[in-house]
Write a protein of this length. Structure first.
Length: 177
C-alpha cells in the first residue's frame, strides 16, 4: 500500500455485542480514523446488512480495512455479499477473527456459503477455541478465500490481550504488503 493510501485509511471494526470489552475496543482508540459497528448474534442476515450499511455510508476513505470479531464476522460477510463493486474496491484487507460456528445462519440465498472475499483476508483463530474449531475454520477459510492463521493465544480471542499486539502486527504486515 502506498503512503497516500495509508494516510486515507479507515479501520472499520465490527464487534459482537455479546462480548465484553476486549482488544478490539483498544484498537478503536488506537487508530486515527475508525468506525465501529456492533452485531447481535441473534439478528438475521438482513438485519446485519441493514445495521452495517448506514455506518459504511459515513466512511469517506477510499482505503478501508475491516476487522470483525465473533458474530461480527457473520455480519460483515452478510453485508459484504450485498455491497456494490465500488464499496468492495475500497476494502483493501480484512481480518476475520474468531468467527462463531453457531452464528453462521443459512438463508434461502445461502449467503454465507456463497460469499467470497475479494481482497487479502486472514481468518484468525486462537488455539483450542471451543467456539471456532480449527477444522471448521479451515473449511470456512477455504470457502471464503481467506488464509487461516492461528494466533499464539489460546481460546476465543475475546480478552483484552494487552491490545492484542500479535493481531496489530499482522494488520500492519497486511497493510505494508
Amino acid at each position: 500500500m502506498h503512503s497516500q493510501e495509508l494516510e486515507d485509511l479507515t479501520l472499520f471494526l465490527i464487534r459482537d455485542t455479546a462480548e465484553a470489552d476486549m482488544w478490539l475496543d483498544r484498537w478503536a482508540v488506537s487508530y486515527p480514523t475508525v468506525r465501529v459497528a456492533e452485531i447481535n448474534r441473534h439478528d438475521s442476515l438482513s438485519q446485519w446488512q441493514q445495521q452495517l450499511h448506514p455506518i459504511w455510508q459515513t466512511i469517506r476513505s477510499e482505503t478501508v480495512v475491516i476487522v470483525a470479531h465473533g458474530a461480527g464476522v457473520s455480519g460483515c460477510l452478510a453485508w459484504l455479499y450485498q455491497t456494490d463493486i465500488h464499496a468492495q474496491k475500497r476494502i483493501r484487507h480484512m481480518l476475520l477473527v474468531a468467527p462463531l460456528q453457531t452464528a453462521l445462519p443459512d438463508d434461502p440465498n445461502h449467503t454465507l456459503q456463497r460469499i467470497r472475499c475479494h481482497c487479502p483476508t486472514a481468518l484468525v483463530i486462537g488455539k483450542d477455541d471451543p467456539h471456532c474449531p480449527a477444522e471448521w475454520a479451515q473449511q470456512q477459510a477455504n470457502l471464503w478465500r481467506a488464509k487461516l492463521l492461528v494466533s499464539p493465544h489460546t481460546g476465543h480471542l475475546n480478552q483484552a490481550l494487552s491490545g492484542w499486539q500479535w493481531g496489530m502486527k499482522l494488520l500492519q504486515e497486511m497493510l505494508l504488503s
